[in-house]
Design a protein around this ligand. Structure first.
Ligand SMILES: Cc1cc2nc3c(=O)[nH]c(=O)nc-3n(C[C@H](O)[C@H](O)[C@H](O)COP(=O)(O)OP(=O)(O)OC[C@H]3O[C@@H](n4cnc5c(N)ncnc54)[C@H](O)[C@@H]3O)c2cc1C
Length: 432
């Protein structure tokens, strides 16, 4: 009998499984994909899927801080029904280590923090006629001018895109909102919070709960890693050696992996992506640890671009005793790499030591009690200017009844709530 399957049991695949009732094939032994929390006791190397009974463990996320921003009201309602959430008001800054200066996000609306002279220079440059734009670097120069770019946007994007910002097309402009009136206001006075994540929600019981509650409502099959898809004979090959026939596939795996698995080719050259090494750290809280939820870092010596503080969002990320004392911190550090250039174990270990040393030098932490890395191979997807690769790849797959969906399947930036929404739509569309 032929069958339609959903590939991948992250939040997109789970949402599709929920609305369609179709089987979800998942490589791992648990649901959630990148949206998974785990727990580690102080001084233990072991990851626990659930909080231990005594609750004396740090909670971390596989993919670093996963705060649920934006989202349709109905999707947020769905999430809250499955696992109640708390809402938080974003607190984030750019941290210039060299001058030990914190500037609230977005920096262009807080120019007064840079001093009157720099603020005046940036405003003069921002008011200039817009330049022709081809790459992300061009777009930054056109919006923010040379001074702010040299100070922050270039060094930050060099790290965040692993150097790709000079050749990729501009994207996700809403992450750096441009509003000249607010920039002027912010050079002199307070400005209102802006951007896509001014507030966000997070499940009170941890992100794991969301994936688990969704999986309970799905026909999900674990340990089903797919290694190959034969689009002619419509056969899926599993890592365990068995095969199964399919009718249609709803696929949440990254677009480049889907092309590779099917052997389909397209004329356009592939678009680039970046991988992220997430380093989760549980530590004694340092004397100068900030209260921010996360910081954007343009000048960290060890090469990370963002450090976030889970426990500044919610103390439930700390071992139980420390939730009272507040003398510990649970944090994540993100560093980008050009897609697939994974460092060796020895390099990851040396990098982790360098990060801990740097955070200690900054007095954000004292002794580290847990240091735990995760490699995310396809983390951020990008496009080359005028590239046709994404649309050609999606069309080639759809022509074979393989429908790519979600952040990685469709090769576009989106958060958890939008991934769930896309999964709902696609699942409903394919319901038998
Ligand atoms: C560093 C980072 C930070 C982020 N921060 C946020 C945030 O703060 N807030 C937010 O809303 N969103 C955030 N996101 C985005 C969020 O992670 C995604 O929107 C969401 O996880 C996408 O879910 P998905 O199911 O599409 O993909 P995934 O979670 O990648 O799920 C894909 C699933 O497919 C499975 N799979 C892979 N290969 C195979 C195979 N061969 N066979 C079978 N199964 C396979 C995987 O095991 C996985 O379970 C962040 C993403 C990254 C990378």
């Amino acid at each position: 009998m032929t069958q339609t399957f959903i590939l991948g049991g992250g939040v997109t695949g789970l949402a599709a499984g929920l609305t369609s009732g179709l089987p979800v094939l998942e490589a791992a032994a648990a649901p959630g994909g990148i949206c998974s929390s785990y727990y580690v006791r102080p001084h233990s190397p072991e990851r626990l899927a659930q909080a231990p009974d005594d609750e004396e463990a740090y909670r971390f996320e596989i993919g670093g801080g996963h705060w649920i921003f934006g989202g349709d009201a109905t999707i947020l309602h769905f999430i809250n029904q499955l696992t109640p959430v708390r809402r938080y008001a974003r607190q984030s800054s750019v941290y210039f280590r060299q001058s030990d200066l914190y500037v609230p996000y977005p920096i262009q609306n807080f120019l007064r923090c840079l001093g009157a002279e720099t603020a005046a220079q940036v405003l003069a440059e921002m008011s200039q006629p817009k330049l022709a734009v081809n790459t992300l670097k061009d777009w930054l120069a056109s919006c923010f001018g040379a001074t702010l770019c040299e100070l922050f946007f270039y060094p930050f994007n060099q790290l965040y895109t692993a150097g790709l910002y000079e050749k990729i097309a501009p994207q996700d402009a809403y992450k750096s909102p441009v509003n000249f009136s607010l920039a002027i206001q912010g050079a002199l006075n307070q400005t209102p919070a802006v951007g896509y994540n001014t507030t966000f929600v997070y499940p009170a019981a941890g992100l794991n709960e969301l994936a688990q509650r969704m999986a309970e409502r799905c026909d999900i099959r674990y340990d089903r890693r797919i290694t190959q898809i034969d689009a002619d004979s419509r056969m899926i090959q599993f890592a365990k050696g068995d095969r199964t026939r399919y009718d249609k596939l709803l696929a949440t795996l990254p677009l480049n992996c889907l092309l590779e698995m099917t052997g389909l080719t397209v004329a356009a050259a592939p678009d680039p992506y970046t991988s992220v090494l997430v380093l989760n750290i549980g530590a004694v809280r340092g004397a100068r640890c900030p209260d921010d939820h996360w910081l954007y870092n343009p000048d960290a010596q060890s090469g990370f671009h963002r450090v976030g503080f889970y426990s500044n969002v919610d103390r439930s990320f700390l071992p139980k005793a420390a939730q009272q004392t507040g003398d510990r911190v649970s944090l994540y550090v993100e560093r980008a790499y050009v897609g697939g250039t994974k460092p060796t174990e020895a390099e990851i270990s040396a990098y982790a030591q360098a990060v801990v040393q740097e955070l200690q030098d900054w007095q954000f932490i004292e002794a580290a009690e847990v240091i735990d890395p995760t490699w995310i191979d396809v983390a951020y997807t990008w496009s080359l200017p005028n590239s046709q690769w994404r649309s050609q790849a999606i069309s080639a797959l759809e022509a074979q009844d393989i429908y790519p969906i979600g952040r990685y399947g469709r090769w576009h930036f989106q958060g958890i709530a939008d991934s769930i929404r896309d999964g709902f739509y696609a699942g409903a569309g394919l319901k038998a």
